[in-house]
Ligand binder design. Structure first.
Ligand code: UD1
Ligand code: UDP
Length: 383
């Protein structure tokens, strides 16, 4: 008997990937683009647009299709606004899309509320970048709790590192529900980093875009946006930058997050300071270019903490703790908090002491090998 072409094949699984902010967009991109091309899945993408312009930059860079857009961002939104709008918005998306699997990434309120919505509809959740823990519910706030809630809901935990897996095991998650995949941030990084390295025209474009940077000085790249740093932390970071800038041998470039709690403070403290360039949030490729050109990175960002070690750039983490201890253990990242003196002392040491710098600037890749997306889809295709 002649076999029909579909015989022996499982029906396509309906996969709904939900994301809302810049880092989720960047980290979902490699999984989403591979899933869209994978025969085991019927893939749709829902953006909550918790971020609007910063997310649209990612959509335009990656060319990902958007099947549902909740368009929830409002200026100065609160955690209540985001939670409520995502949860309610997901109700009708889930009714319409009828997914077999809802996939979320990381620890944002979008990811938490979308997972909760899937739980209310009894749809299994796959969690990318599962298991990171600071073990302090107040920091990162509210991300530590968001990630734990998603962890309690998820059926599949895609842990980026062995340490993340151990955190999940310690919480009693079944071993066979956890897969160590590496972090998809590295899949994204390798994809676009290759583009920058191999395209002379693009490199020339980037150099022209940043022609205001004095290349004879050491480039210090800064980002900051954590909510637990709103209560004076951002201000102290700015005070440290002001002193650092006065050295004269550094060029400080600070793409300022559009959150008004960040933007207003940074502008008030650092506008018109020589050697400090306050610029808009950069698209991913220019930001990657800046990371590659930097001497030192100062940040409280999760994603940048993961990218810098892979690029061999020392990173000072301006937080009291981190749920990404692998970079610190590898020696490329150092926790400096937001104390002005500690930031200054550590940065000055790296700027002045060549061997201290070299010790930190070893290229390490604790976060993955660029194949995380492949492993995630392979696992789900047999689920
Ligand atoms: C959010 C996430 C945080 C993540 C960060 C990445 C939560 C609670 N917070 O923090 O985990 O690390 O994104 O950047 O999920 N805004 C714009 N345009 C944009 C994006 C934001 O103008 O494209 C402004 C708006 O005024 C908005 C505000 O920033 O209301 C805050 O955005 P929100 O997503 O609530 O918080 P983030 O600080 O960006
Ligand atoms: N990033 C970017 N443009 C910028 C600053 C950061 O594209 O101006 C990228 C960065 O390379 C990383 C991600 O955004 O991949 C990190 O996002 P963010 O710091 O907003 O969030 P977090 O990672 O802390 O959740």
């Amino acid at each position: 008997m002649q076999k029909s072409s579909n015989e022996g094949r499982l029906p396509k699984r309906r996969l709904l990937i939900v994301f809302g902010t810049r880092p989720e967009g960047l980290k979902c991109f490699p999984v989403a683009s591979a899933a869209l091309a994978h025969e085991a899945f019927h893939t749709e993408i829902c953006v909550t647009a918790q971020h609007r312009d910063m997310l649209d930059q990612i959509i335009s860079l990656t060319g990902l299709p958007v099947h549902y857009d909740l368009d929830i961002m409002r200026p100065g939104q609160t955690l209540f606004d985001v939670s409520e709008r995502v949860l309610k918005g997901m109700e009708s998306v889930l009714e319409h899309a009828r997914p077999d699997i809802v996939m979320v990434q990381g620890d944002t309120t979008t990811a938490m509320a979308a997972a909760l919505a899937a739980f209310y509809k009894r749809i299994p959740v796959a969690h990318i970048e599962a298991g990171l823990r600071s073990h302090n519910i107040d920091s990162p706030f509210p991300e530590e709790l968001n990630r734990k809630i998603i962890g309690d809901i998820a059926k599949w935990h895609f842990a980026p590192t062995a340490e993340a897996r151990n955190n999940l095991l310690a919480e009693g998650k079944p071993a066979d529900s956890i897969l160590v995949t590496g972090n998809t941030v590295i899949d994204t990084l390798l994809h676009f980093s290759g583009m920058l390295d191999n395209d002379d025209l693009m490199s020339a474009e980037m150099a022209a875009r940043f022609s205001f940077i004095d290349v004879s000085k050491k480039l210090v790249l800064v980002t900051g946006h954590r909510r637990e740093n709103f209560d004076g932390g951002i201000e102290r970071i700015c005070k440290a930058l002001k002193v650092l800038a006065a050295r004269g041998d550094v060029s400080i470039v600070f793409p300022v997050h559009p959150n008004p709690n960040v933007r207003n403070v940074v502008r008030a403290e650092l506008a018109d300071i020589p050697n400090v360039h306050l610029i808009d949030p950069q698209e991913y490729l220019p930001f990657l270019y800046l990371q590659k050109k930097s001497y030192l990175v100062l940040t409280d960002s999760g994603g940048v903490q993961e990218e810098a070690p892979s690029l061999g750039k020392p990173v000072l983490v301006m937080r009291e703790n981190t749920e990404r201890p692998e970079g610190v253990a590898a020696g490329t990242a150092r926790l400096v908090g937001t104390d002005v003196d500690v930031i200054l002392r550590t940065a000055t040491n790296l700027l002045d002491d060549e061997s201290a710098y070299r010790n930190m600037a070893e290229r390490h890749n604790p976060y993955g090998d660029g194949k995380a997306s492949q492993r995630i889809l392979e696992e789900l295709s047999h689920a």
